[in-house]
Design a binder for this molecule. Structure first.
Ligand SMILES: [Zn+2]
Length: 91
C-alpha cells in the first residue's frame, strides 16, 4: 500500500516536528538539552528567571544543562548580567 507508506513517513516527520516544538516550549522532563538548544532558549530562560521563579519548570532541561556545561553557564551569566544592566529592563 503506497499511500500508507507515504502517510507513515508524513506522520513520522510531523511527530518529529511536534517533538521539537514541544521540546522548545516545555522541554522534555529529565532529558538533557544540547548546547544548541540551550543557546536557542537562553534569552527566554533568562527572561523567565527575571520575571518569575518558575524558569526551571518552564524549561526543565536548562537548569541541568547550565550546571553541567561551563560554556553555556558562562553565556547564561553574561546574558543575565547584560539584561539586568540594560536601561530598558524595568520591572
Ligand atoms: Zn552547553
Amino acid at each position: 500500500m503506497e499511500s500508507l507508506r507515504a502517510t507513515g513517513a508524513e506522520r513520522e516527520r510531523a511527530a518529529a516536528r511536534l517533538h521539537a516544538a514541544l521540546g522548545r516550549l516545555l522541554g522534555p522532563a529529565g532529558s538533557e538539552l544540547t548546547c544548541e538548544e540551550c543557546f536557542e532558549m537562553l534569552d527566554r530562560y533568562v527572561e523567565l528567571e527575571l520575571l518569575t521563579t518558575d524558569a526551571n519548570r518552564e524549561i526543565p532541561g536548562m537548569h541541568t544543562h547550565l550546571h553541567g556545561c561551563p560554556a553555556c553557564s558562562e553565556e547564561h551569566a553574561n546574558l543575565k548580567a547584560l539584561i539586568e544592566s540594560s536601561p530598558e529592563w524595568e520591572l
